[in-house]
Ligand binder design. Structure first.
Ligand SMILES: [Zn+2]
Length: 152
């Protein structure tokens, strides 16, 4: 097993593949990842597209720690072009919400911690601002309320 395969298994996110890894100082791990899904459907018309238009700039997506190191996924969102409506759109992925720089599972982790600890404690431990921790918490709390509502 080469290093990237090993890291893939540790990462364990479906449809993501580690292509490069770097330690940044003592406490950070950067994993460069690519999406392995080759087709996606247009959010406007639903047409399936396999035409990658371009890639956006690399984003740093915070993920759960690996071996007590803060882990960031270096990810370039792909833009596809729809044949049908000729529009381009950014690929939606299941492991992160659009326009946020955390994985879904990292948001879940922060939410669970804030339920037991103070916002300032979590922010300090995770190296995030209190505003960022609060925003993650509120987003997930809202989502849970919505789910609870649909179960009635
Ligand atoms: Zn379309």
């Amino acid at each position: 097993m080469n290093n990237n395969e090993l890291l893939n298994q540790l990462l364990g996110i479906r449809n993501l593949h580690v292509v490069k890894s770097d330690f940044i100082g003592e406490e950070q791990l950067h994993l460069e990842v690519v999406s392995t899904v080759s087709v996606t459907s247009c959010p406007e018309c639903g047409q399936v597209s396999d035409q990658t238009h371009d890639e956006s700039e690399a984003q740093m997506i915070r993920d759960l720690c690996i071996a007590e190191r803060r882990c960031y996924l270096v990810y370039r969102a792909r833009r596809f072009k729809c044949e049908q409506c000729k529009k381009t759109f950014v690929e939606r992925v299941e492991w992160k919400r659009p326009n946020v720089s955390y994985t879904e599972r990292y948001e879940r982790y922060i939410y669970q911690r804030v339920r037991r600890e103070s916002v300032s404690q979590v922010a300090q431990d995770e190296g995030l601002s209190e505003e960022a921790v609060q925003a993650i918490f509120e987003h997930r709390a809202k989502k849970r309320r919505r789910h609870a509502g649909t179960r009635k």
